[in-house]
Design a protein around this ligand. Structure first.
Ligand code: GLC
Length: 469
């Protein structure tokens, strides 16, 4: 027998990494050394908490976002860490800047696809570890308007996202493999001062040039500590310029939300907001040879799992150098969108829920309604020949539901579902033999109170009279 607590963790990890076959391969295997994820250490004042709630309301409701990794590395097509893991000399790598010549307004197709998939916000790499700025800056010539693209790619992205009504996020890597002070800042104080001024300056430009920005997504803080980066001052500036923005925890401070990467694990601290970022194959930046794509079903299951744990799912695309989206990402995201068209309301803005998942379904909740997401549809079972419980087929059942069921229906079609509730179970009966909806069918189960599902209760309290053997 499994211990439900343990198995949940294992299960969540499995969903994130089992599907990619390799534990968090893209980022997990690579040495993200010096990565400090800040976590809260001291309790916060009610004002701070209330302000965060205000700023994060849309984000909690959104649940699903699109991550975009795009830069000079896309030209190579071997993942965004190529410069470091292949040891490409800076003077050679920077030649790519002249030859990065994307199609105009490539971001419009990203935004359209995001909207189609049911994603509510986007987060684009403005500068990745390679140091190339996709935006207009006065602080370096190593930027899109002054190199191959000849224009501000971040401006195009912002315009595209807004045109589709999506929230706008900026990814920004503190680590910089190109800037002369990017490594020596750790040991040379004059270099640190220069590099921090440069970094804060770039962030200031990002926070002032594009109107209202919704998310600032810092990444890798190597090689400095939060003190070295002057992260407090950095966040203060960001909030002064963008009072409604939310920031993540990768400049070494806790920020507004935690960022589990390539796995779905809610932080242990109760109430801490979190967002799992994940690749659709095993690479963030375009990797032309990576064919290890997650299925639509895995992506939908992951999204359900995030919603069940009241977290967000930031799913990555790695556009090609011309800005077009790999075909497999388009296909899977379109299919996810078809499912979200019908079932989105069971995901967005769902309430916190106390419910263990079963081995073939997971749950979300809104008010007193329990949404059961069945991703392995039971269909017909041989057991129905002898066991009344499985009749009339098909039967979907929940053990340990602590609420009275008032009504039930198939969510997408609205078809009413017959049910019977005993002390230990509720059975939904006479359901179609094959799954009504792919990759998961949702049952909407209206209860008389907030539904809690605890399978342990079945084990502990089940009636054992009537044992016949
Ligand atoms: C890691 C990787 C980076 C990627 C990021 C996404 O930090 O270093 O390449 O952008 O994860 O979360």
């Amino acid at each position: 027998m499994r211990s439900p607590k343990m198995s949940r963790r294992d299960h969540l990890r499995l969903l994130g990494t089992g599907a990619t076959a390799l534990a968090g391969s893209a980022a997990g295997v690579l040495p993200v050394s010096g990565q400090t994820h800040g976590e809260p250490t001291a309790p916060e004042s009610p004002e701070v908490i209330a302000d965060r709630e205000r700023r994060m309301k849309w984000w909690h409701a959104a649940r699903f976002g699109m991550f975009i990794h795009w830069g000079l590395y896309s030209v190579i097509g071997q993942h965004e860490w190529a410069m470091e893991v292949e040891g490409i000399p800076v003077a050679q790598y920077e030649q790519l800047a002249k030859h990065f010549k994307p199609q105009p307004h490539a971001a419009r197709a990203w935004a359209k696809l995001a909207k189609r998939a049911g994603q509510k916000y986007m987060v684009m790499t403005t500068k990745h570890h390679e140091g190339f700025c996709n935006f207009e800056t006065k602080l370096t010539n190593y930027c899109a308007p002054k190199q191959g693209p000849g224009r501000d790619l971040v401006a195009e992205y912002v315009e595209a996202a807004r045109a589709e009504g999506l929230r706008v996020g900026f990814y920004y890597s503190l680590m910089d493999w190109h800037h002369p002070d990017g490594a020596r800042c750790a040991t040379d104080e004059a270099a640190r001062v220069r590099f921090v001024e440069y970094t804060h300056g770039l962030i200031r430009e990002l926070m002032t040039q594009y109107g209202k920005i919704d998310v600032l997504w810092y990444d890798v803080s190597w090689p400095l500590t939060p003190e070295g980066w002057e992260s407090e001052k950095m966040n203060k500036m960001v909030f002064e310029l963008q009072p409604d923005i939310i920031v993540n925890n990768r400049n070494g401070l806790p920020g507004d939300f935690a960022t589990p990467e390539q796995h779905i694990t809610a932080p242990s601290e109760a109430g801490r907001a979190w967002e799992t970022c994940m690749t659709m194959n095993d690479s963030w930046g375009y990797q032309k040879a990576d064919d290890n794509w997650k299925s639509t079903k895995t992506i939908v299951r992951n999204l359900i799992t995030c919603a069940h744990e009241t977290g967000n799912y930031l799913l990555n695309i790695g556009p090609k150098p011309d800005g077009s989206i790999p075909e497999e990402s388009v296909r899977v995201l379109t299919e996810v969108g078809e499912w979200m068209d019908k079932n989105g309301p069971t995901i967005y803005d769902s309430d916190r829920i106390t419910a263990q998942d079963s081995y073939y379904a997971n749950y979300t909740r809104r008010g007193n309604t329990l949404y059961m997401h069945v991703y392995f549809w039971p269909g017909e079972t041989l057991a129905a020949n002898w066991v009344p419980f499985f009749n009339p087929q098909s039967v979907v059942a929940i053990g340990g539901l602590q609420a009275k069921v008032l009504s039930a229906k198939l969510y997408a079609s609205g078809t009413p579902v017959k049910f019977e509730q005993g002390d230990e179970y509720v059975r939904f009966m006479g359901l179609p033999v094959s799954t009504p909806d792919q990759p998961a069918t949702v049952l909407a189960i209206e209860c008389d109170q907030e539904p809690v599902v605890d399978h342990n209760d079945v084990r502990k309290y089940r009636k054992r009279e009537g044992v016949g053997i």
